[in-house]
Structure formats: structure tokens, C-alpha cells
Ligand binder design. Structure first.
Ligand SMILES: Nc1ncnc2c1ncn2[C@@H]1O[C@H](COP(=O)(O)OP(=O)(O)OP(=O)(O)O)[C@@H](O)[C@H]1O
Ligand SMILES: [Mg+2]
Length: 314
């Protein structure tokens, strides 16, 4: 299967969104509206890539009746997939919406057997042979071990030593993953603060920390997203900053995933690195103006792109 971009989500889920008038703990509620959407950070990246004119192959673990429904919905949307089937069921994350707030109930995710893990890792090697990019996104299934992303990178590189690998995760998965020197990482400012062990508040702090991370790990491109402040990139020539235009966001979940897709979409077209950073910020900001999670339509992307200005910091 010719892939180009592998969007890897080891711990995907079905988002089940229930709308109620008011939420009162311990009471019976009539649900006004309900919907199910396949979700997970790699899937968000792939959806945003498609909006920006690029394709991806979806990979990860899927199992049980929830896995069947996810596969069905994704194939209806004509996604190319190479998921590994597992015995336990994929998780469902419940979001209860009222007019003023969202309450979330997230399952922890299925256990993966050793055999299923091996099948998945071998699949990465095979898929990498025909790909140029891989995005490793989100959390790791509970029993796969914190170094799972390191294993993924080893298997991907066995298939294609030149593969461009971008890691976007948090906590121990990120902390361990950076030891394998992916080509790029995209922590947000909280995740980068956790990594470097100090509080970071502004683009200058984030740029300095990104440079340090780059020097310490050998990661070539360190992107740090700063929500409404935009994004910083540290690379060999120095650090750059793109400010996000002032907007009134509708919701900001999945903005980081859209920003990752924006960067990749620019890079795949052969745009200059600075231009790719502008694409990343513009995709993230455009996503913040959309009701559904992530970048679901091109919306204001081009208008925002025209407004973003890049600045060299150091
Ligand atoms: N409030 C906002 N206003 C304008 N742009 C925003 C806002 N929030 C996010 N963005 C855009 O999205 C990009 C990524 O946002 P953010 O730093 O929140 O990522 P994240 O925390 O990794 O998100 P997630 O992991 O939920 O996808 C920012 O660099 C910016 O371009
Ligand atoms: Mg993120």
C-alpha cells in the first residue's frame, strides 16, 4: 500500500457525544442528541491533512464492537487503513454537552497482547518502506510500556531509515520517545515545561527551552505550540516564532493536531521551513474557529495564512 504519510494512533477511541439540557449527578436525563465519531490524535491529523489536500494511511490498534464501528465509519469516509486487530475492545470516550459545559468520561483503553504488539510493530516496518513521513500521536495503550514509541521508531526505521518521524505525545510517552530522536516533536508549552522541568510562559522562554531540547536530544525540529500565542520552532539555524492572529475561538481541542498537519502539508509540497511553520499556525488557528474537533474544512485557513508573520528570535 503506497502511503506517504502514516498517521499512527496507538490508542484511538470512539467519541460518544450526548447532549442534555442540564446535567445533574444522580438524576435520570433525556438525551436530546447523540453522535459517535472515530477519534484519536493521529486520526485528527489525517483529517486535517485531507482538508489541506494531502492523504494519509491510518494505523493503530482496533478491537471489539467499538473497533468494528470505527472501521466502518472510517471506510465510509474512504480512509486507507492498516489497523492491527486486537481481542479487547477499543475505548469509548463519553462527552456530555450542556449549553454551558462539557463533562468527559474517558476509558483507559484496551490491553494489547504481546502477539498483537508484534503484529503491529512488524506492520510499521512494512508500511514505512513505502512512506516518507510518520506521525506518532497521543497516548500509548496502558500495558504497552512507556518506551513503546521508541520501539515504534526502531521498527519504522528498519523499514525506511530516511523516514521523517514526528512525535506528538505527552507525559512518559513523550519523555521516553525523545530518547530515540524523532525528526521532529511538537509539545505544547505545558508539555515542554514538563520536559525541561521549569515553567515556560512566553515565546522567548519556549524558544530557549526548544533549543536546549534540540541540543540535548539531536531532534532536528522542535516545535512548541503556545495556544493563542502561536508557535515557536527551533532548528539548526536558530529559533523562529509565528504569532497566531487574534481570533475568538469556538473550541480549541485538536488545534495542535491540525497544526501538525499544517506543517506536514507545507513540507510535503516542498515549501520553505519558515513557510511550513506559518502553515502550522494557520491550520491550528483555523481549527479553533470550527465547531467540530480539529480542522474539518478549509474555512479561514488562507485568510489566516495571509495574516501570519514570521519572526526570527535567536
Ligand atoms: N485560542 C487560540 N487562538 C488562536 N489560535 C489558537 C488558539 N488555540 C490554539 N491555536 C492555534 O493552534 C495551535 C496549536 O494549539 P495548542 O498549543 O493549543 O496545541 P495543543 O495543546 O497541542 O492542542 P491539542 O493537543 O488539543 O491538539 C497554536 O499554535 C495556534 O496556532
Ligand atoms: Mg497537543
Amino acid at each position: 500500500m503506497s502511503a506517504d504519510v502514516l498517521a499512527v494512533t496507538p490508542n484511538p477511541c470512539m467519541d460518544r457525544t450526548l447532549t442534555v439540557d442540564q446535567l445533574r449527578v444522580g438524576r435520570l436525563h433525556r438525551v436530546q442528541d447523540s453522535r459517535e465519531d472515530p477519534a484519536g490524535k493521529g486520526i485528527n491529523v489525517a483529517k486535517a491533512l485531507r482538508v489541506l489536500g494531502q492523504d494519509a494511511v491510518l494505523m493503530g490498534f482496533l478491537g471489539g464492537p467499538v473497533g468494528v464501528r470505527i472501521r466502518h465509519q472510517l471506510s465510509q469516509d474512504r480512509w486507507r487503513m492498516a489497523f492491527t486487530s486486537i481481542a479487547q475492545s477499543t475505548r469509548t470516550n463519553i462527552k456530555i454537552l450542556t449549553s454551558t459545559e462539557v463533562t468527559e468520561l474517558n476509558e483507559k483503553g484496551p490491553e494489547i497482547s504481546d502477539e498483537e504488539k508484534d503484529t503491529f510493530l512488524d506492520g510499521l516496518t512494512k508500511a514505512a518502506c513505502e512512506a516518507n513521513f510518520a506521525v506518532l500521536s497521543g497516548s500509548i495503550p496502558p500495558n504497552c510500556g512507556a518506551d513503546f514509541y521508541c520501539q515504534c521508531m526502531n521498527y519504522l526505521r528498519d523499514g525506511n531509515p530516511d523516514l521523517f518521524i514526528l512525535l506528538d505525545s505527552s507525559g512518559p510517552a513523550l519523555k521516553n520517545g525523545i530518547r530515540s530522536a524523532p525528526s521532529a516533536v511538537k509539545p505544547n508549552i505545558r508539555e515542554l515545561s514538563d520536559l525541561v522541568g521549569r515553567r515556560l510562559e512566553n515565546p522567548a522562554d519556549a524558544a530557549a527551552a526548544s533549543q536546549t531540547l534540540r541540543d540535548d536530544t539531536g531532534i532536528e525540529y522542535v516545535f512548541c505550540s503556545l495556544g493563542e500565542q502561536g508557535m515557536v520552532l527551533a532548528e539548526k539555524r536558530g529559533a523562529y516564532y509565528v504569532k497566531a492572529p487574534a481570533v475568538e475561538p469556538v473550541q480549541t481541542v485538536g488545534c495542535g493536531d491540525s497544526a501538525v498537519a499544517g506543517f506536514l502539508a507545507g513540507w510535503k509540497q516542498g515549501l520553505e521551513l519558515e513557510e511550513c511553520l506559518r502553515w502550522a499556525v494557520s491550520a491550528g488557528t483555523a481549527a479553533s474557529l470550527q465547531t467540530d474537533i480539529g480542522l474539518n474544512s478549509i474555512g479561514d485557513f488562507h485568510e489566516i495564512l495571509n495574516q501570519t508573520i514570521i519572526e526570527q528570535l535567536v
